[in-house]
Design a protein around this ligand. Structure first.
Ligand code: ZN
Length: 447
């Protein structure tokens, strides 16, 4: 008994140290390539379109949502030239009829999309990064007044475009979809159009990173010793939990281990590993009160999706007419942006996208053997159905811990750990030959 505990502590310290030290140099390089100047230039361009309201002009060459989405596609066109023919870009669009809600005339709804195709044809997984291109003022139906939408959500789309620029030359087994949706402010319409298509065509979406307002954190620094914080919102459990799996979740204490929550932990772990000076906060709810987000149409279809957002919101600079009242400026103007913060948050996205895209699929048939009473834990799994693995990483945390705290690497497909399954939570990740981890899998109980 003593011997096994000693063995474990040595094993864990080796594993933890290895984890802390080993960075993928390719990902560190991508993180360095993220440019504040590029992000700023993108947002300067967005605000120049006057308004990007969903019902604004789609035919004017310089103003309105049509000109904005054409410009996003022109950026994707430029990056596709570096991709060796692997980046495609297109406008997903359809005409909406007045709906008695937030659409009051026939409106061409359009999502500007780039797909960086994976190099492994047997790997169908896709990771999505999204932001919303449309903007608004105080009145949600006003499609003509100046609505710069610098932070909401110029920041998210700038991150999408910058990620496409940085990653366009890369060769990853998994595909990445870069998306600037429209219709967010009119009821998440563009995200729904894309999520519906993904559902209908059975896309294998590994993860969705929805970025909505990630470049204005002006209230943060004084309260946090200058270390900026980024929120990741994730739902605890999918709406698709059946009665039977809900019973298992209750019995086994897995209320905090749904797919979106696993993705949120992964964003925190990988983001903080590669990007300096960011404190990623896990928020245990799908979104904020009274507000929506483009990850939700994906979540509603059972896909794994989270929202990345400023830690503090400045309500004077979102959904506001541009005006000055009592010497106070209102409106989502570029002057209130924090481009260092936006650069940091974009780098978090780039690190997570690249790490996921370089991973192999998750291990299959991950089981925890509970056939007998014991103070140890037996886990087993099978190799993923595509890609080459270097091995597997077993993640361990106390049941009350928000994040995984211990890691054990093994090349075997089973392990016995001298820790009681009653006292800890476990998960298993595939590690690709390039050293990148998949999203973790919570074991099923095998009796
Ligand atoms: Zn928004």
């Amino acid at each position: 008994m003593k011997k096994s505990v000693f063995f474990l502590s040595v094993l864990l310290s080796v594993a933890i140290n290895a984890q802390k030290q080993e960075k993928d140099p390719e990902i560190s390089e991508y993180v360095k390539l993220v440019s504040k100047d590029s992000l700023k230039a993108n947002i300067e361009k967005f605000v120049s379109f006057g308004t990007r309201h969903t019902m604004s002009s789609t035919t004017d060459q310089e103003k309105g949502i049509g000109a904005a989405r054409s410009w996003v596609l022109s950026k994707f066109r430029n990056y596709s030239k570096n991709s060796g023919g692997r980046m495609e870009f297109y406008l997903q669009n359809e005409d909406l009829q007045p709906d008695g809600k937030r659409i009051n005339k026939v409106t061409n709804l359009g999502n500007a999309i780039a797909l960086l195709k994976g190099t492994d044809p047997s790997d169908k997984r896709i990771v999505i990064i999204s932001g919303h291109l449309d903007s608004r003022v105080s009145e949600v139906m006003n499609s003509t007044d100046y609505a710069p939408g610098a932070n909401d959500d110029g920041s998210g789309v700038a991150a999408v475009i910058e990620s496409a620029r940085v990653l366009s030359k890369s060769k990853f087994p998994m595909s990445i979809l870069f998306v600037a949706v429209s219709g967010e402010e009119q009821g998440l319409l563009g995200a729904k159009m894309l999520a519906d298509k993904a559902k209908k065509e059975n896309w294998e979406i590994e993860a969705v990173l929805n970025n909505d307002m990630i470049g204005n954190n002006s209230f943060d620094a004084p309260k946090n010793d200058g270390v900026p914080k980024l929120r990741v919102f994730s739902e605890g459990l999918s709406a698709f939990e059946t009665e039977k799996s809900a019973a298992k979740i209750r019995n086994f204490g897995l209320e905090n281990d749904g797919n979106a929550r696993q993705l949120a932990r992964y964003v925190k772990e990988i983001g903080e590993k590669y990007v300096k000076n960011i404190d990623i906060k896990l928020i245990y709810r799908n979104d904020r009160f009274l507000r929506g987000g483009d990850h939700t149409p994906f979540v509603n279809h059972g896909f794994t999706a989270v929202r990345l957002t400023d830690y503090y919101e400045n309500y004077d600079h979102q959904h506001q007419d541009i005006r000055t009242e009592n010497n106070k400026k209102y409106g989502d103007l570029i002057e209130f942006m924090d481009f260092d913060y936006l650069k940091t948050n974009t780098a978090v996205n780039v690190a997570v996208l690249a790490n996921l895209a370089k991973s192999t699929p998750q291990p299959l048939n991950v089981l925890m053997d509970v056939k007998e009473l014991s103070n140890s834990t037996k886990l087993s799994w099978e190799k993923p159905n595509s890609g080459k693995v270097k091995g597997y990483q077993v993640l361990i945390r106390e049941t009350s811990s928000p994040v995984w705290t211990e890691r054990i690497f093994t090349t075997e497909a089973s392990i016995t750990i001298p820790l009681s399954k009653d006292n800890y939570l476990f998960a298993v990740e595939s590690i690709s030959t390039s050293g990148n981890q998949s999203l973790p899998v919570i074991p099923k109980v095998s009796r």
